[in-house]
Ligand binder design. Sequence first.
Ligand code: IPE
Ligand code: IPE
Ligand code: MG
Length: 254
Amino acid sequence: MAVGQGAVRDLAEAMPGGGGGLVPVHVAIIMDGNGRWAAARGLPRIAGHRAGAQAVRRVVEAAITHKVGWLTLYAFSSENWRRPAAEIVDLTGLLRHYLRSEVAELSAQGVRMHFIGDRARFDADIQNELARAERVTAANSRLNLVIALSYGARAEIAAAARHAAEAALAGTLDPAELTEDKFASLLTTAGTPDPDLIVRTSGEQRLSNFLLWQGAYAELVFLDVFWPDFGEAHFAGALAEFARRERRFGARPG
Ligand code: IPE
Ligand code: IPE
Ligand code: MG
């Protein structure tokens, strides 16, 4: 997918009476700080993850309100499997509960769900819930919600490279035709616009293996708020910051 100037639209067009600035088509969020939110309250980490799930509800509503077309949420990285077994059990349990209890409501809101990452690492019942969520929301178009689960950008890129190498060996892909667009079509995000804006909460300023290919020209916004405290005002603030940025894509300023 081309890193596109076409990936932003005019706020005046999107919001009657509004003016100036640009609304990103695709916002991606690294939802970080659940553990520190809990620790600050003397609570176990699972309490932070539970509160983080509530914040997911708020950000979905905010994305709909602000007419963002795509929202990607980094919920669990391929490296998060390194956490203690008890926390993994808590997180997968919460995911199971979230999928069972939220999908109907999300679908009623017009949300289409997609999942990226290595879903084969989850229990079979969770894999079934993921497939079900994608199936029952497939006709929705108000907001595309992509949830990154057991996702790591390097693994994603390596898998695409492996796929291309196999196709070349099988004679179905001419290496000379492996363009950027062709390569992007082999990633799990094929068909998804590149993120215009990547937000990370919790004060950390790093990507932690998130959308390394797709985020080549994303604007980065780092917020000093723990994910469970994230709300509409933070979302609006990140969009306002985005609107102030000048995107150049390597071209001459001006
Ligand atoms: C984000 O919060 C949730 C996941 C990575 C699963 P953390 O659990 O990373 O919370 P902190 O960064 O330790 O505060
Ligand atoms: C990134 O957060 C992954 C998610 C938010 C799902 P981490 O808390 O895992 O990242 P590091 O370890 O601080 O880089
Ligand atoms: Mg963290």
